[in-house]
Design a protein around this ligand. Structure first.
Ligand SMILES: [Zn+2]
Length: 283
């Protein structure tokens, strides 16, 4: 017997099916009825959770447009509009990315921070990204401008989301960084490449890590706006964290073949989605 999503007692019994053919339960304590989607962000959607999740995962993991995903679903007999696919990826990319951060491998205290540019509409916007010394991406932030405010917002968001006390920050010479680091990571040592000329000290790893993201963006004509771009980038980064194994279903070792790897990615997405909750509506 599943727990009632409204009152959390376990006295829910089977009570027929809803319009989508889903098993419905009725709670003998509070008398409300529910399905396994009640209280989850999948509740308001017509399509089953697994279909939505497959579409979202395809979109973020491969170089597909929303129209490509629509066509792949149509091949399997599921008629969904391109706009519906776009709505799903915007909504669920952010939610899954948030779940991914909660279940990621422990993050290092030495961050490499860099910014790159991506096209938003007809203009260029700046994408701030950081990674730790093990190559795990810390956070991403898309901004209209490359300035002190953007650098500060990036550090604020990344530190808040990841809850890490920084030991060291490595950046390029961009002049906003010294103040941003001093303000938001006052106890961290800040090293700027190109000034000290130490061989080991370089933002190359994070610069290289921009490449798969930019590759993924190339198959979209451009991002529509900074806010929607941010939503998509969060989903893209999550898919890549899952591919790298930085976010992985617990108790699973490294996959033994490419096929096993693909199935592990599917299972990891499904596991992240199974934990998504919205506050249960009080009927
Ligand atoms: Zn109840």
């Amino acid at each position: 017997m599943p727990a009632c999503p409204y009152c959390s007692t376990t006295k829910a019994h089977k009570d027929g099916h809803d319009r989508a053919g889903k098993q419905r339960y009725r709670c003998s304590t509070c008398q409300r009825s529910s399905t396994d989607r009640t209280g989850t962000p999948f509740e308001s959607h017509r399509w089953p959770r697994d279909v939505i999740l497959m579409a979202v995962r395809w979109y973020f993991s491969y170089r597909l447009s929303a129209a490509n995903v629509r066509n792949l679903l149509a091949e399997r007999g599921m008629d969904v509009s391109r706009q519906t696919v776009a709505d799903w990826v915007q909504k669920f990319g952010v939610l899954l990315a948030e779940a991914g951060r909660r279940h990621a491998k422990p993050l290092g205290r030495r961050w490499f921070v860099d910014e790159t540019y991506v096209q938003v509409g007809k203009r260029w916007a700046y994408l701030y990204r950081a990674m730790d010394e093990a190559g795990q991406v810390v956070d991403v932030l898309l901004r209209e401008k490359r300035d002190l405010e953007s650098a500060e917002t990036f550090f604020t968001q990344a530190i808040k989301r990841r809850g890490v006390v920084l030991d060291e920050v490595i950046t390029d010479k961009h002049r906003a960084y010294p103040r941003a680091v001093k303000q938001h990571a006052p106890n961290a040592k800040h090293r700027r490449t190109g000034l000290h000329r130490q061989r080991a000290l370089t933002t190359k790893p994070v610069e290289r890590s921009h490449v798969p993201v930019k590759d993924r963006l190339r198959s979209m004509r451009s991002l529509g706006s900074v806010p929607t771009g941010q939503q998509l980038l969060e989903g893209i980064e999550l898919a890549q964290a899952v591919q790298r194994g930085d976010v992985r279903l617990p108790d699973r070792g490294a996959p033994s073949s490419v096929h096993e790897r693909s199935r592990l990615e599917v299972a990891t997405f499904s596991w992240l989605a199974s934990g998504l909750r919205t506050a249960a509506r009080v009927a």
